[in-house]
Design a protein around this ligand. Structure first.
Ligand SMILES: O=C(O)CCC(=O)C(=O)O
Ligand SMILES: [Mn+2]
Length: 203
C-alpha cells in the first residue's frame, strides 16, 4: 500500500492541496510509459513578434466532444478520451470531488522545457475552477506568485503526485514550471479540467 503524504498550503486567496505518492511507484512508472506511447503529442506554436515560435514542451488536449478550449489565441478541439486517460480520470475524481470533461497534457522532455507564468483562468473554465494536476516522471518545481501581493510559493511536483487547485486560486495567483539547468528526467503532467462550453454560453 502506498504512503500518501497530504499537504494543505496555507496561502491567502488560495485553496491548494498536494497528495504526494497518490499513485504508487510501480503504477506511476506504468502510467508514464503508457502516456508517452498512447498520447497524440503535438508541438504547439505561439505568436511572438509577428512570428510563430514553438512552445517549449509537447502538449495534447483530450475530452468530451465539444469541450473546445482556446488558449494563446488558438482554439483546440479535443481528441476523444482513450482508455488510459479514462482510467486515470476515474482514479482522481473521488478525491477532487468533481467530474472532469477534459484534460490538457504537457510533456517536458528535459530541463529546457517549461511553461511560463499564467493562471488557468480562461473563460471556458468558469468561475473558481477545480484543476487536478497529475505528474509522472522527473520532479519539477511548480512556482506560484500572487497577482497583487509580494507572495511566492514553491511546490515540488514528484512522480505520482496529485495537486488540487480550487476556489479563487486562479483569480489571485499565477503559476509556472521554470526551466532548470539541473539534469532532470522527462516529465508528463496532466491537468484535468471542467470546460463550460463557450458555444453554449454564446447560444
Ligand atoms: O506542468 C505543470 O505542472 C503545470 C502545467 C500547467 O500549468 C498548465 O498546463 O496549465
Ligand atoms: Mn496552468
Amino acid at each position: 500500500m502506498a504512503t500518501v503524504i497530504h499537504t494543505c498550503y496555507p496561502l491567502p486567496d488560495a485553496d491548494i492541496e498536494l497528495f504526494e505518492g497518490f499513485f504508487a511507484l510501480a503504477e506511476s512508472d506504468r502510467w508514464f510509459t503508457e502516456l508517452l506511447a498512447h498520447i497524440a503529442w503535438e508541438q504547439g506554436y505561439i505568436p511572438c513578434h509577428g512570428k510563430l515560435v514553438p512552445e517549449p514542451r509537447l502538449s495534447a488536449w483530450y475530452g468530451d466532444p465539444g469541450a473546445h478550449y482556446t488558449y494563446s489565441g488558438v482554439r483546440h478541439n479535443p481528441h476523444p478520451w482513450n482508455e488510459v486517460l479514462l482510467e486515470l480520470k476515474a482514479r482522481i475524481e473521488p478525491t477532487a470531488e468533481v467530474g472532469f470533461n477534459s484534460v490538457l497534457l504537457n510533456c517536458y522532455r528535459d530541463g529546457r522545457d517549461s511553461v511560463g507564468w499564467h493562471s488557468d483562468a480562461e473563460r471556458e473554465l468558469g468561475r473558481n475552477p477545480v484543476i487536478a494536476s497529475v505528474s509522472f516522471g522527473g520532479t519539477r518545481r511548480f512556482l506560484l506568485r500572487h497577482k497583487r501581493l509580494a507572495l511566492r510559493a514553491t511546490i515540488e511536483l514528484t512522480h505520482g503526485s496529485l495537486l488540487l487547485m480550487r476556489g479563487a486560486t486562479q483569480h489571485h495567483w499565477r503559476h509556472q514550471v521554470p526551466k532548470t539547468r539541473q539534469p532532470v528526467n522527462p516529465r508528463i503532467n496532466l491537468t484535468f479540467r471542467r470546460i463550460h462550453s463557450v458555444d453554449a454560453i454564446l447560444g
